[in-house]
Design a protein around this ligand. Structure first.
Ligand SMILES: [Ca+2]
Length: 100
């Protein structure tokens, strides 16, 4: 029986592949797939970022090897970055209140 953390890791893999397999290379996210993933799976974490240029910016930041696609390694960097931001927010929330 997998632990909570193991299930979270499994979810990362499952979600990545669900979107990556929609078109083209099934091992990486195109710009369109990344946008769909962010809108559907990260809507509350990224809701403050309505700017349409945000996807392009994130895509550019994530695409470490510059091939115009986001592979699993690059995707995990996004999740880790967001998790760190959320954890800081969580710490602040414990102290007082969490502000964007
Ligand atoms: Ca890439």
């Amino acid at each position: 029986m997998p632990s909570e953390l193991e299930r979270a890791m499994e979810s990362l893999i499952t979600v990545f592949h669900r979107y990556a397999s929609r078109e083209g290379d099934s091992a990486s996210l195109s710009r369109k797939e990344l946008k769909q993933l962010m809108e559907a799976e990260l809507s509350s974490f990224l809701k403050s970022q309505k700017d349409p240029a945000t996807v392009d910016k994130i895509m550019k930041d994530l695409d470490a090897n510059g091939d115009g696609q986001v592979n699993f390694e690059e995707f995990v960097a996004l999740v880790v970055g967001l998790s760190i931001a959320c954890e800081q927010c969580y710490q602040m929330h414990l102290q007082k209140s969490c502000r964007k």
